[in-house]
Design a protein around this ligand. Structure first.
Ligand SMILES: *Cc1c(COP(=O)(O)O)cnc(C)c1O
Length: 397
C-alpha cells in the first residue's frame, strides 16, 4: 500500500539536505535589546520591533489592564459578537494618527493583504505589482481573478510602460490596481511612492502601499511612507500596515477613505470569518499609538543608531547594498558564508539572521540587520566591534 504522507518526511529531508530548512532559535524571555536565545545572552539585532515597544511599560500596563476589564478573548468574529469598544477605539485612533478618514484593523498584515487585494481587483481588472513585493501581497494577488503584470523593482519608467500597454488592452480593463511595498524588507530601500502615485494617477489606477516596514520608522513621528512623501489621500488609496513590527504587538490595518473601510470589512473574508483580537492586543496597540504620539525620542534614536551603524559598516568595508532605512543588509554573497558569519556573530553575542536563497538570489546572501531604538550607544558599539571581528575572521574585510 502506498503511504499517503511519505512525501512529508521526504520533502523535509530534501530541504535539510539543501540547507533550505529553517532552524528555529528560541527566545527565552522578552524581545528586549539584550535577550536570551538558546541559553545565550545576546544583543537582538534582527527583530522588527524597531522601537522596542513590544516590551514598553505603557504597552504592558495597557494589556494587563485590558485583561482585567475585558478578559483574554473577544468571543467571536467582529461582525457577529466580537466587536469590542477597544477595537473601535483603536481604529479611530489609528485613522487620526495616519491623517486618514478611516482605518480598519485586521488580525494580521497577512490577513489584510490576502483578504483585501482579491476584492479590490477581480475579473476584467489588472493588478500591477513590484517584482519584489512581499509574499502576502503575492498571495493576495493569486487569490484574485484579475490579470497580473509585474514591473521591475522600484522602476517607475517600467511601471509607466506596463500601464501604457494596459491602456491599449481591449476590452479595456475595468479597474487597475498598482501595488507596492513601502520599504522592501530584504534590501531596506524605499519605494518611490511619490512618482508611483503620479504615474498611476495619469492612468486612473488605484494605489495600494504595504507600509509594514515604514510605519514607526518613516515620516513625521513614524507616521509612515505617505507622510514621508507628503502625499495626499486621493493619491494613495490604500495604506496598509501592521501592528507586528514597529508598533510592537500584532495585527494588520488599512487606512484610507470611509468608503474604502466600509467596502473592505464587508468584503474581506479574512476579516469576516476570523476571530477578532483579544482585548490585551487591541489595548496594547492603542498604547503603542499613545507612545508614538507622546514619545518622539524613540524614532529619533532609531535613526541616530541607524546612521551611525551604516557609516561604521561602510567605513569598515562591508557592502551594505542600497538601504535607506534601519534595515541594513550586510552583503556576503554565498549562502554558506552568510550562515557562518551569522553563527560567528552569535558566538560573539550578536543575533542577526542570515537571509539566503530562496528568499534572495543565490549569490545575494546577506546578514540582515535591523536597528532598534531601545539599544544604547554602547550596544551599537558592541555590535560594530562584533561585525568587525567576525568579518576579519571570515576574510570579508
Ligand atoms: C511583515 C509583513 C507583512 C505581514 O504582516 P503581519 O502583520 O506580520 O502578518 C506584510 N507585508 C510586509 C511588507 C511585511 O514586511
Amino acid at each position: 500500500m502506498r503511504d499517503p504522507v511519505s512525501f512529508l518526511g521526504q520533502e523535509y529531508a530534501d530541504l535539510v539536505r539543501q540547507e533550505l530548512d529553517w532552524k528555529l532559535r528560541v527566545l527565552e524571555g522578552p524581545s528586549a535589546p539584550w535577550c536570551q536565545i538558546d541559553g545565550k545572552r545576546v544583543l537582538m539585532f534582527c527583530s522588527n520591533n524597531y522601537l522596542g515597544l513590544s516590551n514598553h511599560p505603557r504597552l504592558k500596563a495597557a494589556a494587563t489592564r485590558a485583561v482585567e476589564t475585558h478578559g483574554v478573548g473577544s468571543g467571536s468574529v467582529r461582525p457577529i459578537a466580537g466587536n469590542m469598544d477597544l477595537h473601535v477605539e483603536l481604529e479611530h485612533r489609528l485613522a487620526k494618527f495616519k491623517g486618514a478618514e478611516a482605518s480598519l484593523v485586521y488580525q494580521s498584515g497577512f490577513a489584510a493583504n490576502s483578504g483585501l487585494i482579491p476584492q479590490l481587483a477581480g475579473e476584467g481588472d489588472l493588478i500591477v505589482s513590484d517584482e519584489l513585493n512581499h509574499g502576502s501581497i503575492i498571495d493576495g494577488v493569486r487569490l484574485s481573478r484579475a490579470e497580473r503584470a509585474v514591473y521591475h523593482h522600484t522602476d517607475v519608467d517600467d511601471l509607466r510602460k506596463v500601464l501604457g500597454t494596459a491602456e491599449a488592452h481591449a476590452p479595456a480593463y475595468r479597474r487597475i490596481l498598482v501595488i507596492t511595498d513601502g520599504v522592501f524588507s530584504m534590501d531596506g530601500d524605499i519605494a518611490p511612492l511619490d512618482r508611483i502615485a503620479a504615474v498611476a494617477g495619469e492612468h486612473g489606477a488605484m494605489v495600494y502601499v504595504d507600509d509594514a516596514h515604514g510605519e514607526g520608522v518613516l515620516g513625521a513621528g513614524g507616521r509612515g511612507i505617505v507622510s514621508h512623501f507628503s502625499l495626499r489621500r486621493d493619491q494613495v488609496h490604500v495604506e496598509m500596515g501592521t501592528f507586528s513590527k514597529a508598533f510592537g504587538v500584532v495585527g494588520g490595518h488599512i487606512s484610507g477613505s470611509r468608503s474604502l473601510v466600509d467596502f473592505a470589512y464587508n468584503r474581506s473574508r479574512t476579516w469576516l470569518l476570523s476571530g477578532s483580537h483579544p482585548p490585551p492586543v487591541a489595548a496594547a496597540c492603542l498604547a503603542a499609538i499613545d507612545v508614538l504620539e507622546s514619545e518622539p525620542e524613540h524614532v529619533t534614536r532609531l535613526w541616530e543608531h541607524t546612521r551611525r551603524f551604516k557609516k561604521a559598516m561602510k567605513d569598515l568595508g562591508f557592502r551594505t547594498g542600497k538601504s535607506e532605512t534601519p534595515i541594513t543588509p550586510i552583503m556576503v554573497g554565498e549562502s554558506g558564508l552568510a550562515k557562518r558569519l551569522s553563527q560567528r556573530l552569535f558566538e560573539l553575542g550578536v543575533f542577526a539572521l542570515p537571509i539566503v536563497f530562496p528568499m534572495v538570489a543565490k549569490d545575494q546572501a546577506r546578514i540582515r540587520t535591523i536597528m532598534n531604538a531601545a539599544l544604547t550607544a554602547d550596544d551599537v558599539t558592541f555590535a560594530i566591534s562584533a561585525f568587525e571581528k567576525a568579518g576579519r575572521e571570515l576574510h570579508l574585510l
